[in-house]
Design a protein. Structure first.
Length: 319
């Protein structure tokens, strides 16, 4: 089968098309004929080599979510899955392929009228946004800032927060993106530093941060007393090692910071939320924002667009 591997860590040009044997499912696994592959921010971070210390090696196949049809099952897996359309989480890699392996506990059936492209636009991002807001103890009537709202996680956080927040501010890089985010529920559009040319809340009860990076500590200044910042991504890299000094310097505001990974949520809870969100998207209650659909062998171009900050929503690869 055709796959995309990281031949050399660094820029997008380190990605290459390779031929691999068709996979055979081990016990507890399924094989999925891939119809769509989601390109995530973490894919570009892994490709850059920034996470090499965590065991990623050259030859790694990036990607973590696919949608398609189950073609084979391993021992212990109900054969009735065969022929079913599913979304699947493949782990920290293994998705940029024509045939993907996934644990049966990480697959979710798709509604008949939900496309594979929409499924991989929503599958991971929706869960991270949902549980990220829960991790922040977000309550109706509070003010929310989504930092880095143009990606799939940020877009979902805006839509979910807008259902009950008093205000939903976003940071983004252009007025055009700001208008798109307003249509999705944002009430205030700010620049990347958190400033804007319109009246915005003086502070926020919750900040959902997809970006992290060197500028993250400055956003503690924008938290209300008892405010909570939750980092759900780090597309700009790690924050400064001393970022916690900002919280300690404002000790009397009782602010808090947390990181959030969906890996800390039980599989059953993740599947339940994904099923609910897939159903909501099929009814038009959640909007999936697809920036572009490209062929699998255009993975280099997809990563170039991600690195250039050109993407609003999600790029999807199709074998």
């Amino acid at each position: 089968m055709k796959a995309i591997a990281i031949q050399t860590y660094g820029g997008p040009e380190g990605l290459a098309v390779v031929d691999l044997p068709a996979p055979a499912p081990a016990a507890g696994q399924v094989v999925i004929a891939t119809e769509a592959v989601g390109v995530g921010g973490v894919d570009t971070v892994i490709r850059s080599g920034a996470l090499a210390a965590y065991g990623f090696k050259e030859g790694h196949i990036p990607g973590s979510e696919v949608a398609g049809t189950v073609t084979a099952v391993g021992d212990g897996v109900d054969a009735s899955w065969i022929g079913g359309r599913v979304w699947a989480f493949t782990g920290t890699g293994g998705a940029y392929v024509e045939q993907a392996l996934a644990p049966v506990e990480e697959i979710v059936p798709l509604p008949v009228n939900l496309s594979a492209v929409d499924a991989v636009t929503l599958g991971s991002s929706g869960v991270v946004a949902h549980f990220g807001l829960r991790h922040a103890h977000f309550a109706p009537g509070e003010t929310v800032l989504v930092r880095g709202a143009a990606g799939s996680i940020g877009i979902m956080a805006v839509q979910l927060a807008a259902r009950g927040a008093a205000a939903v501010a976003v940071t983004t890089s252009s007025a055009e993106r700001g208008e798109q985010l307003r249509r999705l529920g944002a009430t205030h559009v700010l620049d990347r530093s958190g400033d804007g040319g319109e009246p915005a809340p003086a502070g926020y009860d919750v900040i959902i941060d997809v970006v992290a990076g060197k500028d993250m500590p400055s956003f503690f200044d924008r938290l209300n007393p008892n405010g909570r910042m939750v980092a759900v991504g780090a597309v700009a890299g790690q924050p400064p090692a001393d970022f916690g000094t900002k919280i300690m310097a404002a000790f009397q505001k009782s602010m808090s910071f947390a990181a959030f990974s969906a890996a800390t949520v039980t599989g059953a809870d993740r599947r339940a939320v994904r099923s609910e969100q897939f159903a909501a998207a099929s009814r038009g209650e959640i909007e999936t924002v697809v920036h572009e659909v490209l062929p699998l062998d255009a993975a280099v171009l997809a990563h170039q667009k991600m690195d250039a900050g050109e993407v609003f929503g999600r790029i999807v690869l199709t074998p």
